[in-house]
Design a protein around this ligand. Structure first.
Ligand SMILES: [Zn+2]
Length: 263
């Protein structure tokens, strides 16, 4: 898989003696979690994994080499059963995902490290990442942080796309037009929206106080939830740089974090 992680911040490029020489208490290890799943007719299966690597790589490039903040190789397979039925989707169960990340947490603790970040860019993993962050803290005493998606302002994105551009829409397409243009088939765009902002419904697919559980095949025949048509490489570059700057700031804050007991 293509990577944007700078060599100096790539944990798997170290040998064990170099790992042994790292400051155990302060070193911050970032574990990316993503997916290999259908992204419509126009984006590759690895979209969420590529976006994770792009943004984390750009963020780490902004962090001085001497700060011991390292990206671990990603957990590419995620809980993607919402996309089951679309050829190419490779999903693991919630139990498997929990077990893999828990075991990696055990290895991090066994190597003597204290701080880990779960950086997730696939929505289907999010609730499991929340569970894992607390469990790694409780079971291994790891100072655990979670980090989600691409925190950019997305200037220029319509209210409709902001609300319902869940998957393979304008934002993900723009990121890949910028990062891996040869993997985007711009002649194969399709668009589906699960709901319209101007006609809000009482029961929503997610993010409100009452939601309905959805499978992609029920609501989006092409696999796209959103509209990729307005995506541009320029926006992809601006938004990924913006997200990376924010993530670099957050990683440094995690590196320096001291929990407070009371205010
Ligand atoms: Zn995606």
């Amino acid at each position: 898989m293509k990577t944007w992680i700078p060599d100096a911040h790539n944990f798997a490029y170290l040998n064990w003696k170099q790992v042994d020489a790292l400051p155990r208490e302060s070193t911050l290890l970032v574990l990316p979690t993503a997916a290999i799943e259908q992204h419509g007719h126009h984006l590759p299966l690895a979209t969420d994994t590529l976006i994770n690597d792009l943004i984390l790589g750009k963020a780490l490039a902004l962090i001085p080499e001497e700060l011991p903040i390292y990206a671990l190789p990603p957990v590419c397979y995620g809980k993607s059963n919402e996309h089951i039925g679309f050829p190419g989707t490779m999903s693991v169960s919630a139990q498997t995902f929990l077990a893999v990340v828990r075991d990696l947490g055990a290895s991090i603790a066994a190597s003597g490290f204290n701080k880990v970040v779960l950086y997730n860019t696939h929505g289907g993993n999010s609730s499991l990442v929340d569970v894992l962050a607390r469990d790694l803290r409780a079971e291994f005493g790891l100072r655990t942080f979670s980090l989600f998606g691409s925190p950019a302002n997305f200037e220029g994105v319509s209210p409709q796309e902001r609300a319902y551009g869940f998957h393979a829409g304008e934002i993900e397409t723009a990121f890949l037009l910028h990062a891996t243009p040869s993997l985007v088939d711009t002649s194969a765009y399709t668009s589906n929206y699960i709901a319209r902002v101007e006609n809000p419904e009482l029961l929503k697919p997610e993010g409100s106080s009452a939601n309905f559980a959805w499978l992609t095949r029920d609501i989006a025949p092409s696999g796209v939830m959103g509209d990729p048509t307005p995506a541009t490489a320029e926006h992809g570059e601006t938004w990924s740089n913006e997200a990376a700057a924010r993530i670099a700031q957050l990683l440094v804050a995690m590196y320096n974090f001291q929990p407070r007991h009371g205010a």
